[in-house]
Design a protein around this ligand. Sequence first.
Ligand SMILES: [Zn+2]
Length: 368
Amino acid sequence: MKIKSSILLSIVALVIFVIASPFIFNKSVTITDPHKLDADGNFILNEWVPTRDGAGPDWDYNLKPVQVSDKVWCFFGAMEMPTKENAGDMSNSCYIQGDTEWIAWDSGPSYVFAEQAYAAMSKIAKLPVKTVIISHEHDDHWLGNNYYKEVHGAKIIGPHSINANYYGPREIDGKKYPGMQTRMIKTLYQDAIRKTTLVQVDEHFKDTTEFEISGMKMEYVKVGYAHSEEDWFLYLPEEKVVLVADVVMNGRVTSNRDGLIIGQLNALKAIKARDWNHLVAGHGFITDRTAADESIQYFTYIKDRVLEGIEEEIHPDDITKHVTLEEFRNKDLYYLLSPGNVFRAYEELEMYEGDDEDDEDDEEEEEE
Ligand SMILES: [Zn+2]
């Protein structure tokens, strides 16, 4: 009798679950008009939705390049999460002028974005893009790659993690798919995301590498697992500019969902060790010598305070109440992202055994 009622209960629960599933899972499962899709409802979706290649003119990103130094221009995105309203234009990307070509640093959230970025840069100098250099695998930074590949025949230099974690166009059971449906591909209006496909990185390096492209000296610095599984930044010694992407953000709270606090702090150290006058973050508008300060402060506070909380044996469920990072309350995305960062830091720092510098006393080991 007891067993029967539990089976009945399971069936009832299952029926409720099935009825509720369109609300629990992604809205696009039941929505046929892609214009109605919204950002939050479309973050993770394992089923395929039809390619949203519809009618209407391309989204106008209204891109205005900002000159950062003699040979570097950047596009600065909104301080928001990707939404259909900003069409994914919420990260920063740059153009570096070589003698005979442009070099692109990150390619933005879509093909249409990259196409319009190039059109804007062509008004400054009509040069082709032969090389695109990518900072990390998050899709607001590299979905313009296939524009440069298809139209300019550009070589894509970037982290190996893009090739490992994302796949490009492919065929399953005779059906053609344009590639994995990343967050942007699910979130954006078809007028912004059309023509975007995932292309692989052509060249990746094992470690920090110096090279010269079209007369421009560069150091492509590997910082490893920091903001994502594999982060790189680009240092231009002659320009005294460093393009760092998401290991630095200013004016907003970072998302450390995929990152590591200790990796972040190491990346910031490597950035500080270079001689630069301008820094372009992955998100945020500050480009002077203070541009990395907020990030340094944020990650230092989060590390110190979470470690303190662990020491005081604060329960993980309470750590976000204990570590609130008040100094950042007025920054964009604080309420959305900061508690998650703290919780993630707790998971990471619970295992943390201290800096190498602090490890000099072996007493603890000898106690056993
Ligand atoms: Zn990122």
